[in-house]
Design a protein around this ligand. Structure first.
Ligand code: NDP
Length: 277
């Protein structure tokens, strides 16, 4: 039961969750717009997530973000999914309705908005290489095609997972699959996206310089220390632009904020504030 004297309740669910930037991002958005907001980080294992989410709703929770490792599970807990969530099979934004949860996925639109609005990249007719075929990779494919890319090559350590992605998302556009060992013959790309979690395990990806076309953009979906090895490789091998995924994080949050509050926050101001910290 919600108490109308209290600000509306929002949260991000994941495991681990203590280092999530989402509470700070949403509070900064709300502050900029003069909105009262209660946004907490709630730790939940996959086993406890359904009960934890149900308790959050019973205590007045009306919106939530979902992060690793709960995005696919969140999709199964929704009564209805947006087209983006249905295509990717993963939910990062939950909206409470009278009869249950509506699930959306704003990761893809967040990435595209960061690439176009903050990095000034025109995606139309671009050749794109996507490294990785996990949940984040799946989440961005349809938005990249909607932004007009010409071709997508997906390379993944386990080729079967890349093939499954290409099969499941074939309706989005032409997707080629490439073995990790075949990357030196894969050609040159305008945009190379790193959607692997290799650096989190201390693994530096061995990538041929030939992947970077003239004035290519290299983008790591992760940020902080995890993004550093890939971005160093890109700048050392002549990439025109190299960026981590902090802008994507802020933009996917801005899209969720718009869904919940009907207001678009000043995401550029929040990104500048975070980068300054
Ligand atoms: P998943 O666990 O679903 O997928 C991990 C991917 O990394 C798989 O493709 C896996 O390959 C690959 N991988 C893992 N270890 C290695 C390695 N040693 N060598 C090569 N490939 C490897 O994770 P997600 O897709 O959810 O997340 C990927 C990254 O994207 C994370 O760093 C996450 O933080 C970031 N992210 C950023 C967001 C943002 O807003 N900026 C939003 C969402 C994610 P295989 O299939 O062979 O195991």
């Amino acid at each position: 039961m919600s108490d109308l004297t209290l600000p509306p309740r929002f949260a991000v669910f994941g495991q681990p969750i203590t280092h999530s930037l989402s509470p700070r991002i949403h509070r900064h958005f709300a502050q900029g717009l003069g909105i009262a907001l209660d946004y907490q980080a709630i730790e939940a294992t996959p086993e406890l997530f359904p009960a934890t989410l149900a308790r959050f709703a019973s205590q007045g929770g009306i919106g939530a973000n979902v992060t690793l490792p709960l995005k696919e599970q969140a999709a199964t807990l929704c009564l209805e999914l947006s087209p983006a969530a249905r295509r990717s099979g993963a939910v990062n934004t939950l909206v409470r309705r009278d009869d249950g949860w509506f699930g959306d996925n704003t990761d893809g639109s967040g990435l595209v908005r960061d690439l176009e609005a903050h990095l000034g990249l025109a995606l139309a007719q671009r050749q794109v290489l996507l490294l990785g075929a996990g949940g984040a990779a799946r989440g961005v494919v349809s938005a990249l095609f909607e932004a007009g890319i010409a071709e997508l090559v997906v390379a993944n350590r386990s080729i079967e997972r890349a093939r499954a992605l290409a099969h499941d998302l074939a309706a989005c556009g032409p997707i080629q699959v490439c073995d990790w060992q075949e990357l030196d013959q894969a050609g040159a790309f305008d945009l190379v996206l790193n959607a692997t979690s290799a650096a989190r395990q201390g693994v530096v990806l061995a990538l041929p310089a030939s992947l970077l076309g003239a004035d290519a953009c290299a983008y790591d979906l992760s940020y902080g220390d995890s993004a550093r090895p890939f971005l160093e490789w890109a700048t050392q091998h002549g990439a025109g632009r190299a960026s981590d995924g902090l802008g994507m994080l802020v933009e996917q949050a801005a899209q969720a904020f718009l869904i919940w509050h009907g207001l678009r926050p000043d995401s550029a101001a929040t990104l500048a504030w975070l980068r300054g910290q």
